[in-house]
Design a binder for this molecule. Structure first.
Ligand code: ADE
Ligand code: ZN
Length: 365
């Protein structure tokens, strides 16, 4: 599906990932292993059948596209989540991701996670949070990949449910009172956006801001009301101040006030080109990304849900942008710099990555 060799320059770039759902990194191999370890039945008799199930083109959203008999992406993704049961499972998932991140020269990452997809299956939130916390600490030492995580509200669940999940998770946050365990430092949204605009969760965003957390907003591409959701994210959420980042947000190109809004408010987009390339032709998609660049919109390149998206990770996504947008090596370095600047890493981490990037760019001259 990718069909592109990763250029050595792209491979060598020190990377920052700001848009990856941790459960979207669950490999078929780990899924198979955990299903057996936890006695979770899978609807596949053999490992090969499980692998084959990833080869379908998912229905983007049944509400938007109608039923073509294929599962939606979210159905496949939540089916994968079923095998995650114990603290050790969440730890292994995160450690595998951090190991993979290290192999791609990712130096710093802000993975999305949620507890609601797991607590509604009867898994205690502590198992999720402690597993990720342990991996955050061990991964920084073992793989030298630092991470600050992002708690997501499942937007197709109620605000009340989300608030309850948030309150339960708060002791694991890095709150401004310095009391938390330091796993996550931001909140965002995940799951099905259909008829679930960001403003439904305004109370939760205000609470998170009061607790000293950052706020980012998922605005999926070509959803019903996508343009309105981007508008809310720029101009309405957080008492009109807007979100600090927008995840995806490609439809900002579709209404004239949105690009100026992104720029004047300094809101960057976390783009995931391969996720869109699954559904948009090369000639349609990459000129849009190029237009954002030419308009001066800040963005970085990320992976979203790599194991459910043909195993295309951040390096494959960067390669697609490099190849299909006609970006130069200097442009790709700027995209990494954007990611550093859009991140909420500490200044020391940012400085180290920027220094490494500068060294690489100078060696290329
Ligand atoms: N949760 C995990 N991956 C997601 C995606 N790509 N869109 C919406 N919610 C998600
Ligand atoms: Zn996403």
């Amino acid at each position: 599906m990718n069909g592109l060799e990763i250029d050595p320059f792209i491979a060598a770039l020190p990377k920052v990932e700001l848009h990856v759902h941790i459960e979207g990194t669950l490999t078929p191999a780990l899924r198979w292993k955990l299903a057996h370890r936890n006695n979770i039945p899978l609807p596949y008799k053999t490992y090969e059948e499980l692998l084959d199930s990833y080869k379908v083109t998912y229905n983007h959203r049944r509400e938007v596209n109608g039923d073509n008999g294929a599962p939606t992406f979210l159905e496949a993704y939540f089916a994968g989540c079923q095998v995650l049961c114990t603290e050790e499972d969440f730890y292994e998932l995160a450690m595998e991701y951090l190991e993979k991140a290290q192999s791609m020269n990712v130096r710093y990452t802000e993975p999305f996670f949620d507890t609601q997809a797991h607590t509604r299956r009867g898994i205690p939130a502590e198992a999720v949070l402690n597993g990720y916390l342990r991996a955050q600490r061990d991964g920084a030492v073992k793989y030298r990949v630092r991470s600050n995580w992002i708690f997501c509200f499942l937007r197709d669940e109620s605000l009340e449910d989300g608030l309850e999940a948030y309150r339960a998770a708060l002791p694991w946050a890095r709150t401004s009172d310095g009391q938390g365990k330091g796993l996550f430092h931001a909140v965002g949204l995940a799951s099905n956006e259909y008829n679930r605009p960001p403003m439904l969760f305004e109370e939760a965003f205000l609470l998170a801001k009061k607790d000293g957390l950052h706020v980012t907003m998922h605005c999926d591409v070509d959803q019903k009301d996508a343009v309105d959701h981007v508008h809310e994210s720029i101009f309405q959420v957080c008492a009109g101040k807007g979100a600090q980042r927008i995840d995806h947000g490609l439809n900002a190109l579709d209404r004239e006030d949105l690009i100026p809004g992104l720029k004047s408010r300094g809101i960057g987009l976390t783009l995931c080109p391969h996720a869109y390339h699954r559904r948009q032709a090369t000639e349609t998609l990459f000129p849009k990304i190029r237009k954002l660049w030419d308009e001066g919109v800040k963005f970085c390149i990320n992976s979203d849900d790599p194991t459910y998206m043909h195993n295309v990770w951040i390096d494959g996504n960067m390669m697609k942008a490099y190849h299909f947008c006609g970006f130069s090596k200097a442009d790709m370095a700027t995209i990494v710099k954007n990611a550093v600047e859009m991140s909420w890493a500490d200044e020391e981490t940012k400085g180290e990555i920027l220094a490494e990037l500068k060294g690489l760019v100078e060696a290329e001259k």
